[in-house]
Design a protein around this ligand. Structure first.
Ligand SMILES: [Zn+2]
Length: 175
């Protein structure tokens, strides 16, 4: 069951990601670096040996800065998306009035159903991540010239599957 009220719509995700990119990054500079954005939000980002079935985690203890853990062995592009996704979780909670006196203990498993699309917060985090790394306006702009999906994914430093998914969501056809 999807709790529509708390689900970030594509438009909301885009607006939120634009706001974050404008505030903590140069909105005209690509690829977007989620590490810089995370650090600007006082989030510690660490590469660690996580269990094979774990992609990433967002942890926060009371009175301490949040920590995002990434799987050390994952390819760079996957880590970038996972980090953007974890930032999405953090920002989603902050937007909903999560306070500093509340703990966060969130682990993202690979291939779990919730990541695919039944959990409101997971869908919202994915939408945020895609919007942060592949802003709609920039994708549309690039697709006006002859750029294929491989060049696009290189430009945004995302996997080709993430790029294809994004193009589908935006209903943009690229050559
Ligand atoms: Zn997640």
């Amino acid at each position: 069951m999807i709790d529509v009220e708390n689900l970030l719509t594509h438009e909301q995700a885009e607006l939120l990601a634009n706001k974050i990119r404008k505030t903590y990054w140069d909105e005209n500079k690509f690829p977007v670096d989620p590490v810089t954005i995370g650090r600007a939000l006082s989030i510690r980002i660490v590469d660690v040996q996580l269990p094979e079935n774990v992609a990433g985690a967002l942890l926060k203890k009371i009175g301490e800065d949040p920590v995002i853990m990434l799987h050390a062995d994952d390819p760079v592009n996957r880590k970038r998306f996972t980090l953007a996704h974890e930032l999405g979780h953090y920002i989603y909670r902050m937007e909903r009035g999560h306070f500093d006196d509340q703990e966060i203990d969130h682990v993202d498993h690979r291939n779990q159903d919730s990541r695919k699309g039944s959990d409101v917060e997971e869908i919202s985090a994915n939408r945020f991540a895609a919007s942060l790394l592949m802003p709609q306006d920039q994708v549309k702009l690039l697709c006006k010239s002859t750029v294929d999906v491989f060049e696009l994914s290189k430009f945004f430093e995302v996997s080709t599957s993430a790029m294809k998914y994004r193009l589908n969501t935006l209903e943009i056809k690229c050559p």
